[in-house]
Design a protein around this ligand. Structure first.
Ligand code: ATP
Ligand code: MG
Length: 335
């Protein structure tokens, strides 16, 4: 392979801003979807409160982190307060309760990696997964949502990247490629690293929000309305950023030594984290540090085969962004 870094972007890059923004606009959910989600949450909440008065329901994942496409399923977390519960028992009981209402396809998957109840609400048409006590996901959802409020280019970039990953088949953790969550972390890191930077590092600022979850201290600056205009010294448009994002992952990232870390707002070394060799199933071939569970590498699903697939896709995207007359079509061509 040739590791050619395009140090200079094509001259007509800004002509691509309009078509990329049109794609972004076509993917964002309509307002009425939010209303339907609220309606379903209210129904679920009624059932949960009746059975477990102390419990609470939270939305998490793409329906709440602002990076969700239209017509997505919703992810819900049932917070039971007590950590010492039998999740399977709760989920089986929850499934029974929900079956007795007119919810469809209610199923408890108690043996999944993250045990859940799945269901479909025929009134709103929304499908939903409910897990128990997955509070770190609720907190990382808030962190992502807070970042998205600082500069609209994060949401634009993440939508384009997720759309690209889904079109190209590289958003499948069971096949060794990356989760949507991992791609959003890559986008945040990338915008923290622009010069001038487009995003700050919220975990490296004054602490205005702090919770302890599963023995992990999660704290960061969350008064993001005070950070409006943070990135305005950087005038790069979406097309330029998409180009630079793929150029970075195709030709500039040091896969052998570097870990991207939005927690620190920079790169940390694999050596410092002891992520230099395979341990169990964690190969650390592309390293993306979780902002709170810092021993957790979101790239751990990637293996010898899928790292090649991923890197070839980054290179393909970078080449298209550099040379193709019509990148907004070519980039998203089904594989
Ligand atoms: P999509 O639009 O593809 O459904 P999504 O934002 O729901 O995207 P997922 O990757 O399905 O993304 O993850 C849902 C949520 O679960 C994330 O927002 C995050 O809060 C949490 N999550 C997912 N994977 C991990 C992980 N490996 N470690 C910690 N939290 C995770
Ligand atoms: Mg999801």
């Amino acid at each position: 392979r040739n590791y050619r870094s395009h140090t200079e972007c094509r001259g007509d890059i800004n002509r691509l801003n309009t078509p990329f923004l049109a794609i972004y606009e076509s993917l964002i959910p309509a307002e009425e979807e939010k209303e339907k989600q609220k309606q379903l949450m209210a129904l679920l909440d009624k059932h949960v409160k009746k059975e477990w008065p102390g419990a609470r329901l939270f939305l998490y994942g793409s329906c709440a982190n602002s990076f969700g496409f239209r017509k997505s399923d919703i992810d819900v977390c049932l917070a039971m307060g007590d950590a010492d519960i039998n999740k399977s028992e709760i989920l089986l009981r929850l499934a029974d309760i929900l079956k007795s209402d007119n919810l469809e396809n209610v199923q408890a998957l108690t043996r999944a990696r993250v045990p859940i109840v799945k269901l479909m609400d025929p009134v709103t048409g929304i499908s939903c997964d409910i897990c128990v006590n997955n509070l770190l996901a609720v907190i990382n959802t808030k962190l992502l949502r807070d970042y998205s409020k600082i500069d609209v280019r994060l949401r634009q970039l993440a939508f384009i990247v997720k759309h690209w990953a889904k079109s190209r088949g590289v958003n499948e953790t069971y096949q060794g490629t990356l989760s949507s969550y991992a791609y959003v972390l890559m986008c945040i890191h990338f915008l923290q690293q622009r010069s001038p930077s487009i995003l700050p590092c919220l975990q490296d600022m004054e602490i205005t929000y702090s919770v302890n979850v599963d023995n992990v201290k999660c704290s960061f600056f969350d008064q993001v309305e005070k950070l409006q205009g943070f990135g305005s010294r950087n005038g790069e448009g979406i097309a330029q950023l998409v180009w630079a994002f793929f150029n970075y992952w195709a030709y500039c990232h040091d896969y052998a030594n570097d870990v991207i870390s939005i927690r620190t707002g920079s790169i940390v070394s694999k050596r410092a984290k002891d992520w230099t060799r395979r341990i169990g199933n964690d190969r650390h071939l592309i390293c993306i540090e979780d902002p709170f569970e810092v021993s957790h590498d979101l790239g751990r699903v990637v293996d010898k085969r899928s790292i090649r697939v991923l890197r070839e896709e980054f290179e393909r995207a970078a080449e298209i962004m550099q040379h193709d007359p019509n990148p907004c079509v070519k980039l998203f061509e089904p594989y």
